[in-house]
Design a protein around this ligand. Sequence first.
Ligand SMILES: [Zn+2]
Length: 70
Amino acid sequence: MNATRRTAVSPDVRSSPSVSSETTLSTRLLGAASALALGVFFVWGAGFAGAQTLHDTAHDARHAMGLPCH
Ligand SMILES: [Zn+2]
């Protein structure tokens, strides 16, 4: 039945050493928490920042990339 079919297919998946088909709940929660933290940073950190702060940040990023500025 399905059980015998699964055991026939799964050894190919399990033989690959770098691929883990199991995603644990803690891993998924960690990803969700990271995405939430990044979203909160974008909304509050950048969305509510003052114009001078955004300008300075863009200016620093321009210098960090080595673009000609001043
Ligand atoms: Zn500059």
